[in-house]
Ligand binder design. Structure first.
Ligand code: MG
Length: 398
């Protein structure tokens, strides 16, 4: 619609893009800091209106001051908050921030602690961009049912699931044959399994391609991370477990791919930089310029793919089986894994003790069909107690 005026064509101003109001849960962690980077780079596109952190009051205060955040909260109940009146503490305060009026809630609180805030965001009907796979692992059915009730959408931030989202955009669900998650294989892809008992925390924390928080870095070393991501993909994309595959791709350039029924395979490639999936999620699928440099495919390094060795990485099948069992089995898997990884990071068990401990907990988990939130929390607590008790018997034998 151009207006003619004395022979000059004037173009009406482009409708002003309203800034997207972002609530960021887990603002001081690895994903949270990168989300802050994205928001700071596009002040005309994003406004951080709410923020929460686990226990880092100083870090959260810095975020609040940097972005002029209206409301904030620290998860730790007795935290000495810095801004009474606008900063709260405890789970209820974090859930209030999660439910704030906004355009997108980015969930980057690690682990099971993100469940209640995620449900608060979903129940308030907020578009929820989640980086915390544990929430869908524990309570995928419940989160999806409650999102369906309020119309809340759940967007992936996890790089593999963001890749699948990108590959699936515009495609009919019926044309998808299989989703394939790529995995770097972590630092022990080629290490002799006979030496796994000697792996140190420092070695396990040295991820070859991604820089991440300690929990997910250990999960990447055991490949439990990929197992959890199978369950995450099942819920995010409504895909049956037999149609979700995993391949090892050490360079982490191909972030995942989709096989279609006609034989076509569509992949998403890029340098390993979490700011790309973070920006895409908080912008609701819109691409922003210059988030990361382009990958150079002519640099002489081949893109290689390998099948997963189930003996070296038993966590993948363990998680898949727990997912297929359903009920509270994935919640038990997740909780026992959190305990086992923490024990390893704390030098209380060896690297080779992590997955067997989780397997034992999953094997003993009760069978519950269509679990309620209470059932899930009960299974989570049960698995933590179970794993902790087993650890006590391992660490201090009678
Ligand atoms: Mg991932």
């Amino acid at each position: 619609m151009f207006a003619e005026n004395e022979g000059v064509t004037t173009i009406p101003p482009v409708a002003e893009v309203r800034r997207r109001r972002v609530v960021l849960l887990g603002a001081t962690g690895s994903i949270g800091r990168q989300c802050c980077d994205v928001i700071a780079r596009f002040p005309e596109r994003f406004e951080l209106v709410g923020a929460a952190a686990g226990s880092d009051v100083d870090g959260l205060t810095a975020v609040v001051e940097r972005f002029g955040v209206a409301r904030s909260a620290v998860l730790a109940p007795a935290a000495a908050i810095s801004r009474p009146g606008t900063m709260g503490s405890g789970q209820a305060a974090v859930c209030e921030v999660a439910a704030m009026e906004c355009d997108v809630v980015c969930v980057a609180i690690p682990g099971a602690a993100a469940l209640a805030p995620t449900l608060a965001a979903v129940d308030a009907g907020r578009t929820t961009a989640t980086a915390t796979k544990e929430v869908l692992v524990m309570a995928g059915e419940l989160v999806k049912a409650r999102a369906a009730a309020t119309g809340a959408r759940i967007l992936p931030v996890d790089s593999e699931h963001s890749a699948l989202w990108q590959c699936l955009r515009g495609e009919a669900a019926g044309s998808v044959r299989r989703l394939v998650l790529t995995a770097s294989g972590g630092p022990f892809r080629e290490r002799d399994p006979a030496t796994f008992a000697q792996i140190t925390v420092e070695e396990a924390l040295r991820h070859p391609t991604w820089t991440m928080g300690p929990k997910v870095t250990i999960d990447s070393a055991t490949m439990m991370n990929k197992g959890l991501e199978i369950i995450e993909a099942h819920f995010l994309f409504d895909m049956p477990y037999p149609r979700i595959g995993v391949v090892i791709h050490p360079r982490s350039i191909v972030h995942s791919f989709v096989e279609f029924i006609d034989g076509a395979v569509v992949a998403q490639l890029g340098v390993p930089d979490m700011r790309v999936p973070i920006a895409l999620a908080i912008a609701d699928g819109e691409r922003l310029p210059g988030i990361a440099p382009h990958v150079q495919l002519t640099d002489g390094h081949p893109l290689e793919f390998f099948a997963v060795d189930g003996d070296r990485f038993p966590a993948v099948d363990l998680a898949r089986t727990a997912g297929e069992r359903g009920g509270v089995a994935p919640a038990a898997l997740n909780a026992a894994n959190e305990v086992a990884v923490a024990a390893f990071l704390d030098h209380r068990i060896g690297y080779d003790g992590i997955v067997p401990l989780v397997a034992e907990a999953v094997g003993s988990a009760p069978a519950v069909v269509t679990p309620s939130l209470e059932d899930i929390l009960e299974a989570d607590a049960w698995a933590r107690d179970f794993a902790t008790a087993r650890l006590a018997s391992v660490v201090s034998p009678a």
